[in-house]
Design a protein around this ligand. Structure first.
Ligand SMILES: Cc1ncc(COP(=O)(O)O)c(C=O)c1O
Length: 414
């Protein structure tokens, strides 16, 4: 057996990973045009509007609105639904806090559905179990760039007369059954933060086909100000989540890259999955038939019955072989309801509102063990990154290194 690099053996990855620049001439041209226009406010400028038109065209959706972040986009989507305070929103136990911030700001109560342990996406059966008279919406998260079972979630929402929101922050240009994620829900949210497949530094977008929601989205982005000549007279509470023309300019150019980025990541990521699947004890995220993975990240589980190493030990060895990986991370580092804000019910100072409220009729708590499959997933998995700039050789090195480390820790060899 080859000695691990961790213990002084030869390192598997000796060549640098493929790299590239995310921004080029197109982004520069758009930004310079925005500056030349001498207006950076979206209402008077052109770039945010052009970006929105490009996105609606690409997605075949009637309405797109740019905004300041993915967190803002989810908040706007929920705000547009005008759910009364105290209603419950069912979402995934594995997601980013950005999916949850808007729920709490709208004084809604998050309910967490456990995941499918093979895909790490919310399990529709678990969603259905949580539906009750107080349910206001289902917020589907397409985690890691792999579509959730969105067809089934749509059916469940329809059966129960509920709106469906899609959080596509991690799933740009990703298809379920040939249809783009973000086109199944009543309304959907996207993120353009630094870590996402395309970026404008920070930024977000909201898509909908519903004209009634579109009107609310526009108001919710902009302090409930009418921007169409009507007298200014806000009639509900709305933040300022405006996208600037600079963000719009970069995002517009980035949209031109997304199809190629996803194609490349998908090809490399599927090669990686295929290679990892052949390694005893290593279980890469499953990509069900008909779903495309855009590989925001790849989740890999280690079988504790086959490998005599903790995930942290395994990752230390893999990193020493030259392969970047993140132990016990998935998204967020823990099932989201284990965050202090839910454990201490501390959304607001000196108050357990909206979790506990006589006015809202709420008394929500989130004990450890609430979603056991999600909690176990954090213990047993690590993340690998797939970049559109990687080469097949990079992927093969990742596979060889994982094989080497798994071979070393195999129970058979201990
Ligand atoms: C699933 C999900 N939802 C929402 C967000 C929030 O996006 P942003 O960071 O742009 O506010 C993120 C970002 O990490 C995310 O991954």
């Amino acid at each position: 057996m080859e000695k691990l690099a961790l213990f002084g053996g030869p390192k598997t990855k000796t060549s640098p990973f493929g790299e590239g620049k995310r921004f080029g001439d197109e982004e520069k041209r758009e930004v310079l045009e925005a500056l030349d226009n001498d207006i950076l406010f979206y209402v008077f400028g052109t770039k945010v509007r052009e970006m929105e038109a490009r996105m609606s065209g690409m997605y075949g959706m009637k309405h797109c609105n740019g905004c300041s972040s993915g967190t803002a986009a989810v908040h706007i989507a929920l705000g547009a639904l005008q759910l009364p305070p105290g209603k419950e929103v069912i979402t995934s136990a594995i997601t980013d806090m950005g999916s949850l911030t808007g729920i709490l700001y709208q004084c809604l109560i998050p309910r967490f559905a456990d995941i499918d342990p093979q895909t790490y996406n919310m399990d529709p059966e678990e969603v259905e179990k949580l539906i009750n008279a107080k349910t206001g919406a289902v917020l589907a998260v397409h985690h890691s760039g792999l579509p959730a079972d969105i067809d089934e979630l749509r059916r469940i929402a329809d059966r129960n007369g509920l709106p469906l929101v899609e959080d596509c922050a991690q799933a740009w240009f990703t298809r379920f059954g040939g249809q783009l994620c973000g086109t199944f829900g009543d309304i959907s949210a996207f993120s353009l933060n630094h870590f996402k497949l395309i970026t404008s530094g920070s930024g977000g977008m909201v898509l909908t086909n519903r004209d009634d929601l579109e009107e609310q989205v526009k108001l919710f982005i902009d302090k409930c100000y009418f921007r169409d000549g009507r007298k200014r007279n806000p009639y509900f509470l709305a933040p300022n989540y405006q996208m600037t023309e600079l963000q719009g300019a970069v995002a517009k150019a980035q949209l031109g890259r997304i199809e190629g980025i996803v194609r490349q990541r998908n090809a490399l990521g599927m090669r990686l999955i295929q290679g990892l699947e052949a390694i005893p004890g290593v279980i890469p995220q499953k990509v069900p038939q008909g779903r495309e993975h855009s590989f925001f990240l790849l989740v890999v589980r280690l079988d504790p019955g086959t490998l005599a190493a903790t995930v942290a030990q395994f990752c230390e060895a893999l990193q020493s072989e030259g392969i970047p990986c993140e132990p016990n991370k998935i998204t967020g580092g823990m099932a989201t309801y284990l965050y202090d804000i839910f454990q201490h019910r501390s959304a607001f100072p000196d108050s357990s509102f909206p979790f506990v409220s006589r006015d809202l009729g709420s008394d929500a708590s989130y004990p450890r063990g609430l979603c056991p499959k999600a909690e176990l997933a954090f213990e047993q998995t690590f993340n690998l990154q797939v970049s559109e700039f990687y080469t097949n050789e990079d992927i093969d090195d990742m596979i060889r290194a994982t094989e080497k480390v798994a071979g070393y820790y195999s129970m058979k060899n201990v």
